[in-house]
Design a protein around this ligand. Structure first.
Ligand code: PLP
Length: 359
């Protein structure tokens, strides 16, 4: 006998505004034009669901998609038969057949990978990553020459900025100068340097193709500056219990919060297993009935407790906003001492995921 859960029983929701996602892509594409604009959809579309996200971006006009792993590339090929898929983490010998079968373009990060693709890549296009200063992945620019790339069909020569989210950082201009020199000396169909924050550094950084991720998903590419993009993700969770507590009573594991006055506490169906990490213990807020209510006590695996004394209308079954709306991604991440990427990619898979505004 099989039994499937009736829909609508989930007590926590992740709502993704695909219209806002598409608008963010168009905004960045407008800033980068005449360069083309791709999209980083690694890590399950920054936690928001690779399939629906990639489809919405494709409909907005995106043709170049960046993933980290071969698994992500496979899933994406299922969703988008005609997309150009760039595999950022490069290849090992065992990956080549899958790349060829899926028509996935590896980003070659060292001389062994260049040799591997030259020998087994059947003349199919590939990308080359130059490391101009992040010292993470890629070939040093001085090692890259026309000779080294002989026999390869290079689509994108790329590099990655280390400090684009700090516009005044001197490394930005240094990386730009190194990449410009390299781009002039080495044959490639296209050149690409900028992530989301890189797009905001200006046209000089756009070259032929930009690769935004965070900004598409509503993250502010330059924290502290006014955000140019629309919010995309909203998390909400239902009140599953309400209780009055007396002054002196404590809440949750470790008894880390103690009531100073008679209080009313709501227990919500979301916890660290959903990506609402313990960093929010005694410091996060949720929006309930138009009131910002503090998270009191430690975040549990499946539950949080909030003080709703100031929101007397709150009743069982009400939906609280945990992230989004008045609780912006940038501010929430800062509050918890996380970066915006961590907050998004930590979101768990128990949510009832709703995609709105798609075509
Ligand atoms: C993740 C990634 C991007 C996208 O960066 P955002 O900061 O999310 O815009 C672009 N290029 C590379 C190489 C990446 O790894």
């Amino acid at each position: 006998m099989s039994f499937s859960c009736p829909s609508g029983t989930a007590r926590a929701r992740l709502t993704v505004d695909l219209a806002a996602l598409a608008a963010n892509w168009r905004l960045l594409a407008g800033l980068a034009a005449p360069a083309a604009t791709g999209a980083a959809v690694k890590a399950d579309g920054y936690g928001l669901g690779q399939g629906p996200v990639a489809q919405a971006l494709w409909q907005a006009g995106c043709r170049d998609f960046f993933v980290a792993t071969l698994d992500e590339a496979m899933a994406l090929r299922d969703t988008l038969a005609a997309a150009r898929i760039h595999l950022l983490n490069g290849i090992l010998p065992g990956d080549i057949d899958a790349c060829l079968a899926l028509d996935v373009q590896p980003v070659l990060n060292d001389t062994q990978q260049l040799a591997l693709w030259r020998q087994h890549g059947r003349g199919q296009p590939c990308d080359v990553m130059a490391d101009t200063g992040i010292n993470r992945l890629g070939l040093p620019p001085e090692a890259i020459s026309a000779d080294l790339l002989e026999g390869l069909m290079i689509d994108v020569l790329m590099s990655h900025l280390a400090c684009a989210d700090e516009p005044a950082h001197p490394l930005n201009r240094q990386q730009l100068a190194r990449f410009s020199a390299l781009a002039a000396a080495v044959p490639a169909a296209r050149r690409s340097l900028a992530n989301s924050a890189g797009v905001l550094l200006g046209r000089d950084y756009a070259f032929d193709l930009v690769r935004p991720g965070l900004g598409l998903y509503g993250g502010n590419p330059v924290p502290g500056a006014p955000s140019p993009v629309l919010p995309v993700a909203t998390i909400s969770a239902q009140v599953i219990q309400l209780r009055p507590i007396e002054p002196g009573a404590t809440i949750g594991y470790g008894a880390t919060w103690r009531a100073q006055r008679p209080s009313r506490i709501a227990t919500l169906a979301v916890g660290y297993a959903d990506g609402y990490l313990t960093r929010f213990s005694n410091c996060g807020h949720v929006a309930l009935g138009g009131v910002l209510c503090p998270v009191v006590g430690r975040v549990s695996m499946d539950l949080i407790t909030v003080d709703v004394t100031a929101a007397p209308g709150v009743k069982l079954g009400d939906w609280a906003i945990i992230l989004g709306g008045p609780l912006a991604l940038e501010a929430s991440a800062a509050l918890a001492g996380l970066n915006q990427y961590e907050l998004l990619t930590s979101l768990g898979d128990r949510f009832d995921r709703r995609y709105e505004g798609g075509q």
